[in-house]
Design a protein around this ligand. Structure first.
Ligand code: C2E
Ligand code: MG
Ligand code: MG
Length: 676
C-alpha cells in the first residue's frame, strides 16, 4: 500500500515536467534553427540587393566602353572621347600598370574605379566615380533643402536637424571593397570595376529592429513554456508537501518516512552503519481521548511530533504512522545504545502534558550494517522494505508484556519465525481443508469406576504433507484471529456427524463424541441452527454429539451465548463447559446457563499438591457440578492416583493419557469394538 502511494507520489513529482522540458528543448532547437535561418536570409537579401545595384551600374559602364572600343582606337583617345560624349557620366582616371596616373578627368581620387587592361605591356585603369556621389548630393539637397557646398559652409549647429540625423543614419557601418571583372564584348581590353559592399546604419538598424521583433515573437512561447514549467514544478512540490503531511500533527506522515528511510538505507554512505527502526506507541490512546477529548489527544500527538523533531539528528527520520504510533529511524551502533536513547526519550514524553497520564511502549527492529560482498566491491543494502521492517518493530512492540509501561522490546529470530509460521498457516488453510489435510483424532473418555469407554472428544490434527503432524495449539489461535476457525469447526462437526451416522448404520455400539466450538464462532447468528443443519446432513442422533464451549467464551456476549446454548439443548445436543478452572472464574456462568457437562481443566492436577489443597478444590467442583445436575469430566489425567481419587469423589468421566491419548479414527473403532 505504502509502496503504491510512494510510487504515485514519485510519478506525480515527475509528471508533466519531462514532457515540458522535452518540448522546451525541441522548441529551443527550432528557435535556434529559425534564428540562424533568418540571419542567413537577411544577409542573403542584403548582399543580393547590393550586388544588383552594382551590376546595374557596371552594366552601364560596360555598354559605354564596349561601344567605344569597337573602333580599335588607342585608350587615350577612347577616354577623351568618352569624356566628351558623356560629361555627367564619368570621371575617368587612366593609370599605367605601375599605378601612375596617365589621364585624370576628376579632381580627387574616386571611390569607385573601373580598370581597362590594354593589350600589350601597358595596363590602364579606368575609374569612375559618379552616380553615388551625384545621387547622394541630390538626395541631401532634397532632404535638407540645401546644396552640398552650402551645407558644408553652414556651421554645424545651424544645420537643419534632418541633415545630421539623416547623414548619421546613412553612414556606412560595413564597407567592404572588392573587384568585379566586367564581361566585355572585346577581348582586347580587360575591364575591372572596383565595387564596395556598404551597409548603412539605417539598413543595419532596420535589420536589427526586424531581428528583435522576430526574436520577441519567438521568445514569447519560450517564456510561456518556461513560466508554465516553473509553475508546474512548484505546484507539484506543494502537492507533494501536502501528500507528505500528516493531517493530525502537521508534521510528516508515513509516506514521507517510508520514502526517506528507504532512500537513506539504500545509500552507499549509510551501508556500513547500523540503525534502529522504532515503533513508538502511546498506550490506550482511545481511553486518553475518551477522558480528555479528541482535540486534547491530537494536541498531545502534535506535541510528541514537535518533541521528536528536537531529539533526532540529521539523517534520522520520524513520522506518525497511524493512531498513536510514531515511526523513527535512529542511527544506533547497538541495542544497548538504542535502549539508552529510547529510555531518555520515553522518560521525557509524559512531561509534555504533565497533568495527564500517558504511557508509551516501543518496539525496535535493528538494522545491521550491510555486508561487504568482497574486498573490491562496495557494500550496499539490497531490497530495503521499510513497511516490512516497521511491521517487525510493531510485532516486537505488541509482544512486549509485563507491567513495565515504558517497555522497549526488540524484534528477534523467534518473532520472525512466529511471523513466518503465521503467514504460512494463513496461506495454507483453504488448500488444507480442500485436500482433507485436517484429520479427526479421538481421545476416549472413561468411567473411572468401571474403566469402560463412555465417550470421546474429537481433536483436530493437521497432517501437512510439507510439515508433518501439526497440533492444534500451533494453528488454532491463528485461525481464531483470521476467522478460519469457523470453517474448521464446521469441518470437524460434519466429520464427527458423518462418523456417528456411519457407525449407527454399521450397527456399532457407539459413544457420544464431543466437538470443540471456538468462542469466536459464537458471534455468528443462528449458530445452533447452523450446527443442527451440519449434523442433519448426515442424520446421526443428536444425543451422540456434544458441543464443548471453552470457559473463556462465557465472558463474551453472554446473552447470545445463553440463547445459543439453550437452542442447542433444545435440538437435543449436550453442551459442556470446557477448561473449567483454567484462568477464568466462571462460577457465575454456571448460575446462568444450564450446561450438561463440566470439564475440569488438566491444570487442577498439575504441580505439587503436597498440602492436598488442589484435591479439595476438585472435590468441591465435582460436588458443585453434581448439585447443578451436570456430569463431570476430568481432563489431563495422567496418573492412576489421580484417576482413583476422581473415582472416589464421584467424577463421571476421565479423559487423559492415563487411559489413552488422542488417536486416529481406525484405532478408536478398534478400541470401541474391544470395549463393546
Ligand atoms: P481441549 O479441548 O481442552 O482438549 C484437550 C487437550 O488436552 C488436547 O490437546 C489433548 O490432547 C490434551 N490432553 C488430553 N489428555 C492429556 C493428558 O493427560 N496430559 C496432557 N498434557 N494433555 C492432555 P490438543 O489436542 O493439543 O488440543 C488443544 C486444544 O485445541 C483443545 O483443548 C481445544 O481447545 C483446541 N482444539 C482441538 N481441536 C479443536 C477443534 O477441532 N476445534 C476447536 N475449536 N478447537 C480445537
Ligand atoms: Mg475440548
Ligand atoms: Mg479442555
Amino acid at each position: 500500500m505504502a509502496n503504491k502511494t510512494r510510487q504515485k507520489i514519485q510519478k506525480l513529482k515527475k509528471k508533466k515536467v519531462w514532457p515540458s522540458i522535452l518540448f522546451m528543448l525541441i522548441f529551443l532547437m527550432l528557435f535556434a534553427f529559425l534564428v540562424i535561418l533568418g540571419i542567413e536570409i537577411a544577409i542573403h537579401y542584403l548582399i543580393n540587393g547590393k550586388l544588383e545595384e552594382f551590376s546595374k551600374e557596371t552594366a552601364a559602364v560596360q555598354t559605354v566602353i564596349d561601344s567605344h572600343i569597337d573602333e580599335g582606337e588607342h585608350i587615350e583617345t577612347i577616354v577623351r572621347k568618352m569624356q566628351q560624349e558623356s560629361d555627367d557620366f564619368i570621371e575617368l582616371y587612366v593609370l599605367n600598370k605601375e599605378g601612375q596616373e596617365l589621364i585624370s578627368t576628376g579632381k580627387s581620387k574616386p571611390d569607385f574605379g573601373r580598370v581597362i587592361h590594354y593589350e600589350g605591356d601597358r595596363m590602364y585603369v579606368l575609374v569612375a566615380d559618379s552616380n553615388m556621389k551625384i545621387d547622394s548630393e541630390k538626395h541631401i539637397s532634397q532632404i535638407v533643402g540645401m546644396s552640398l557646398p552650402e551645407l558644408l559652409t553652414t556651421p554645424f549647429e545651424e544645420r537643419p536637424d534632418a541633415f545630421s540625423k539623416e547623414l548619421w543614419m546613412r553612414q556606412p557601418i560595413i564597407h567592404q571593397e572588392y573587384w568585379l571583372r566586367l564581361p566585355m564584348q572585346h577581348t582586347c581590353y580587360q575591364v575591372y570595376a572596383k565595387c564596395a559592399l556598404t551597409v548603412s546604419r539605417q539598413a543595419m538598424m532596420t535589420m536589427e529592429l526586424g531581428g528583435l521583433f522576430v526574436l520577441f515573437l519567438l521568445l514569447m512561447p519560450l517564456i510561456y513554456l518556461l513560466v508554465n514549467l516553473i509553475s508546474t514544478v512548484r505546484m507539484q512540490r506543494q502537492l507533494t508537501q501536502i501528500l507528505y503531511m500528516d493531517p493530525v500533527t502537521g508534521g510528516h506522515n508515513w509516506y514521507y518516512f517510508n520514502s526517506k528511510v528507504g532512500y537513506q538505507l539504500s545509500c552507499r554512505s549509510a551501508a556500513r552503519r547500523s540503525y534502529a527502526l522504532v515503533d513508538l506507541h502511546m498506550m490506550h490512546y482511545q481511553n486518553y481521548c475518551a477522558c480528555y477529548g479528541t482535540a486534547e489527544g491530537e494536541n498531545l500527538l502534535e506535541a510528541i511530533n514537535e518533541f521528536l523533531s528536537t531529539r533526532l539528528a540529521r539523517r534520522e527520520y520520524y513520522a506518525r504512522h497511524e493512531g498513536a504510533d510514531f515511526a523513527m529511524l535512529f542511527e544506533c551502533p547497538s541495542e544497548e545504545d538504542c535502549t539508552r536513547r529510547l529510555r531518555t526519550l520515553m522518560a521525557e514524553l509524559p512531561g509534555l502534558k504533565p497533568d495527564k497520564l500517558a504511557h508509551f511502549r516501543a518496539g525496535v527492529y535493528m538494522i545491521d550494517p550491510a555486508e561487504q560482498p568482497d574486498r573490491f566491491r562496495i557494500a550496499t543494502r539490497k531490497h530495503v522494505d521499510v513497511d516490512q521492517m516497521y511491521s517487525y518493530a510493531m510485532a516486537a512492540r505488541t509482544t512486549a508484556s509485563g507491567q513495565n509501561r515504558t517497555q522497549i522490546s526488540y524484534f528477534n529470530q523467534l518473532l520472525l519465525e512466529q511471523q513466518n509460521w503465521e503467514r504460512w498457516v494463513e496461506d495454507e488453510i483453504d488448500t488444507a481443508l480442500i485436500s482433507d489435510e485436517f484429520k479427526v483424532y479421538l481421545q476416549p473418555k472413561y468411567n473411572p469406576t468401571n474403566n469402560r469407554l463412555v465417550g470421546a472428544e474429537a481433536l483436530v490434527r493437521w497432517i501437512s504433507p510439507e510439515r508433518g503432524m501439526i497440533t492444534p495449539n500451533r494453528f488454532i489461535p491463528i485461525f481464531e484471529a483470521n476467522g478460519g476457525i469457523m470453517k474448521l469447526d464446521d469441518y470437524m462437526i460434519s466429520h464427527v456427524a458423518k462418523l456417528q451416522a456411519q457407525w449407527s448404520i454399521e450397527g456399532r455400539k457407539t459413544v457420544p463424541i464431543s466437538v470443540n466450538v471456538s468462542r469466536v464462532h459464537f458471534s455468528v447468528d443462528n449458530l445452533a441452527e447452523h450446527i443442527r443443519e451440519l449434523v442433519d446432513a448426515y442424520g446421526p442422533k443428536h444425543d451422540l454429539i456434544e458441543l464443548e464451549v471453552t470457559e473463556s467464551a462465557f465472558f463474551d456476549d453472554k446473552n447470545s451465548l445463553i440463547q445459543t446454548v439453550e437452542q442447542l439443548k433444545a435440538y437435543g445436543f449436550a453442551v459442556s463447559m470446557d477448561d473449567f478452572g483454567a484462568g477464568y472464574s466462571s462460577l457465575n456462568s454456571l448460575k446462568d446457563i444450564r450446561l450438561d457437562v463440566l470439564k475440569l481443566d488438566g491444570e487442577f492436577f498439575r504441580g505439587d499438591d503436597s498440602q492436598g489443597r488442589g484435591r479439595i478444590v476438585v472435590q468441591e467442583a465435582v460436588m458443585l457440578a453434581r448439585a447443578l445436575n451436570m456430569r463431570v469430566v476430568a481432563e489431563g489425567i495422567e496418573e492412576k492416583e489421580q484417576a482413583d481419587f476422581l473415582a472416589s469423589i464421584g467424577c463421571d468421566m476421565i479423559q487423559g493419557y492415563y487411559y489413552a491419548r488422542p488417536m486416529p479414527v481406525d484405532e478408536f473403532v478398534e478400541l470401541m469394538e474391544r470395549d463393546a
